[in-house]
Design a protein. Sequence first.
Length: 367
Amino acid sequence: MKHRQPGLFDVEERAAQLTKMGDPLVGLKARIDWEAFRPELNRAHEKDRKSQAGAKPFDVVLMFKILVLQQLHNLSDDGIEYQIRDRFSFMRFLGLQFEDRVPDSKTVWTFREKLKNLNLVEVLFARFHEQLAAQGYVARAGQMIDATFVEVPKQRNSREENAQIKEGQVPEAWDKPEAQAKRRQKDTEARWTKKNDEKHYGYKNHVNADEGNKLIQSYAVTHAAVHDSQVFDELLDQATDAEGNKRAVYADSAYRSEAQEQRLADVEIKSQVCEKGARGKPLTEEQKLSNRMKSKVRARVEHVFGAQAAMGGHAVRTIGLQRAKVKVGLMNLVYNMMRLLQLIKRDANAIQRDLLNQHRKGAPVVT
């Protein structure tokens, strides 16, 4: 059977069909100002070219969009290279034609390392917050503070090696020339911890999310053994709104202490942190009821972690805290990007419902 060569109209028809079927990357490409990230991203290429010889480096915005795709679909570096070559929707999102060069897995890894070395992910996260604010999506409701585990591959170390790592030391055997390859595969910054009789190994993603729009306002990444309460002050938002009020804070009982409650009172932030009982002093029925009311709000932060879990957010394939910070930071950023699309769709549907209700009531329709 003889096949004809696909033409321009065939490509356009395929693109139209994908859009009609609801390709989410269309909205992601259209609703986000990708060029706004360029000034910061350009720093990743500042020292790349000492001469004009050789291949021209890939565009920094293209590389950033590749990292977004990689995080959104939980792909390895080899996986994202393959999928860009294989999937038309990925190519369209990236603005690539069939004849264009595609960054290989090593190029993707190298670019992400540059973001790590320059501490750029937190800067990019802040830049996107500026876009959110410009579109009217700012924090107006209570702030929900919580943390989730981010697992990494478990290490097979001896007890002696684990004891040395916990003390911040590198086992002597790993410093030997013949053990260098082994050492590169060892994560000496991840930690074990236990919660509800379940063991976890790796890191934690601590977030402050808005109760109303469920956008992540700030975040911090630590090893898994850091107690949630140790990051509370870093995440707490003390800014005031137009009326001069500060947003209430919701958190589970792990964050509560007398000292913490006093600090919140001192800065005039209403505490909605769940109370906890003590030995010989159980919670009263009134306190239990209060906790249930607070938990109904606080539980909304689990929607954030649930959406991230769909992107592979409960585990990372990295070694070391700094690389974990890059991956988790990108995950928080990509979550906010996808949440923006949901909020825009929600608000558009609300406007349509209001217009329809006005029409049914015979009232003048204001557009």
